[in-house]
Design a binder for this molecule. Structure first.
Ligand code: HEC
Ligand code: HEC
Ligand code: HEC
Length: 415
């Protein structure tokens, strides 16, 4: 009688260990092996066939990124949340990080997510910011990485170059794959009835409000503007680069190519300021400010206009009118356009848009200085080798003549 329970008890150890091992194997299979297989398959199907690997420099930059602890403050994953999508863009797809090993997703966001950092900021912006974040963004708590430089933001060491090369790869694969890549991923995902999965294909890939755009389209700003508020916002966001009095000499200006414009030496139409604030200036460190309310942008525009140093408009001597027009026709129209609208045949090929003189007027001094020295870091070259002094002055007068005043029509087109 007593033999039976004893045997059952002895067997229970065997049953327990078999069950234990089986449970372990099952867990590994269900929680480890199976999801990895599904994920591998999914990312192979959804990703492009070929993803540009990191360059040697970017690979070294990735090591600098890990070593300097950037991942303690920055994530590299846009989540499936509307707040994330509004600020950064499309949620991260698994394939985007398939070469990212060990991953640097991070868990804390003391600074913004960097998943879509590629093509968002200019290289000179990155250098100025890494060298001294508060010189560019006054309220920043990001530490300065001046040790990656030889004493100045425009003298980056190899490590700083590598780091920025790495930042320029974040989000690059998906950007380069789109829109064919998006269509392919969407098809492979086969998830049209899964509302959450579909969020990955909603809206803009990169929604960074500071990303400069090449277009000149911008919403019209409200007509009335609060100058005091504008001055305050200018002090908080713009003075770092453009200087408190708008002379282009703020602490963040050090090392930027091209340098921030001297706002004091310009008149701008409302429309031009709306364009600059909404789109930034493509090809330069000038960010866009699309996360601001239109009333704030109008206020800032008003503050910028108030910085213009009032200068009497020098009358153009008669003999210069003809000369200026001829010099312009012979030398400047391929970029600045027949009518000075910045739309010459070469304009689309340039790294940045030539000025549209209908919407902004440089002071005579500034125009002559630009013609003598060019603008460092832009396609605008010096003209002293080609033009005489009289021709320079005449054409400087000429380009100033196009300006249509503060309320020029949208696009700056004469109506
Ligand atoms: C102590 C936290 C902290 C650390 C560490 C840190 N950052 Fe930041 N970072 C921030 C904060 C806060 C901001 C937002 C304010 C600003 O732009 O400076 C920021 C902004 C940025 C931006 C601009 C993002 C954008 O487009 O608006 C970049 C790029 C960046 N950091 C890169 C780095 C890199 C690279 C490192 C490592 C070398 C690093 N950060 C380390 C806190 C940090
Ligand atoms: C990171 C530095 C930086 C910050 C911050 C910055 N700017 Fe700029 N800004 C630039 C640079 C660089 C240019 C390009 C100059 C050029 O085109 O030669 C520029 C261009 C401009 C222009 C067009 C100038 C022209 O003549 O074409 C305007 C207007 C302007 N900025 C206004 C502002 C305002 C207003 C703010 C604040 C909301 C601001 N900027 C913030 C760097 C900055
Ligand atoms: C290769 C194309 C190109 C040619 C040719 C060219 N420019 Fe420019 N120019 C530019 C670009 C691009 C800018 C804008 C640079 C910037 O925003 O910093 C510019 C800016 C300027 C500015 C400064 C405007 C301002 O508001 O500060 C003046 C003045 C100017 N050009 C005059 C001329 C004149 C006059 C000629 C002919 C003698 C000429 N340019 C020929 C491309 C060109």
């Amino acid at each position: 009688m007593s033999g039976q329970p004893q045997r059952a008890l002895r067997m229970s150890y065997v049953v327990a260990s078999v069950a234990g091992v089986a449970f372990f194997v099952m867990s590994v299979a269900l929680l480890g092996w199976w999801p990895k297989r599904v994920l591998d398959e999914q990312s192979r199907a959804m990703g492009p066939e070929y993803v540009l690997p990191l360059s040697e420099s970017a690979r070294r930059g990735r090591v600098v990124y890990s070593r300097e602890g950037c991942a303690y403050c920055h994530t590299q994953q846009v989540r499936y949340l509307h707040t994330d999508m509004a600020r950064f863009g499309a949620p991260t797809l698994a394939w985007e990080t398939r070469l990212d090993y060990p991953h640097l997703w991070g868990t804390r966001r003391i600074g913004p997510d960097l998943t879509r950092a590629a093509f968002t900021r200019s290289t000179d912006w990155h250098f100025a910011h890494l060298f001294s974040p508060r010189a560019v963004v006054p309220a920043s708590v990001m530490p300065a990485y001046a040790a990656l430089f030889d004493g100045a933001p425009d003298r980056p060491r190899q490590e700083a170059r590598d780091l920025v090369a790495y930042l320029e790869t974040l989000g690059r694969a998906r950007e380069l794959a789109a829109p064919e890549g998006e269509a392919r991923a969407r098809e492979a995902c086969n998830c049209t009835d899964d509302e959450m999965a579909m969020m990955a294909f909603d809206g803009a890939l990169n929604a960074h409000p500071g990303r400069a755009r090449r277009t000149h389209e911008a919403p019209a700003l409200p007509r009335s503007a609060d100058l005091d508020r504008g001055r305050q916002l200018y002090g908080e966001h713009c003075a770092t680069c453009h200087g408190a009095t708008g002379q282009g000499d703020g602490p963040g200006a050090r090392g930027l190519r091209p340098a921030p414009a001297s706002l004091a030496e310009h008149e701008y139409s409302t429309d031009r300021l709306a364009d600059v604030l909404w789109n930034g200036v493509w090809g330069t460190a000038m960010p866009a400010w699309r996360d601001r309310r239109p009333e704030d942008l109008a206020a800032i525009a008003e503050a910028v206009r108030a910085l213009t140093r009032a200068e009497p408009n020098p009358p153009v001597p008669d003999h210069m009118v003809e000369l200026g027009a001829r010099v312009f026709r012979e030398n400047c129209v391929q970029c600045h356009g027949d009518e000075g609208l910045g739309n010459g045949p070469a304009a689309a090929e340039l790294a940045m848009s030539p000025s549209n003189f209908h919407r902004q007027r440089p002071s005579l001094d500034r125009a002559i200085r630009v013609l003598r020295n060019g603008i460092d870091g832009t396609p605008m070259a010096p003209w002293t080798a080609r033009l005489s002094d009289a021709e320079l002055i005449a054409v400087a007068h000429h380009v100033r003549g196009y300006y249509e005043g503060a309320s020029a029509a949208p696009g700056g087109v004469r109506r």
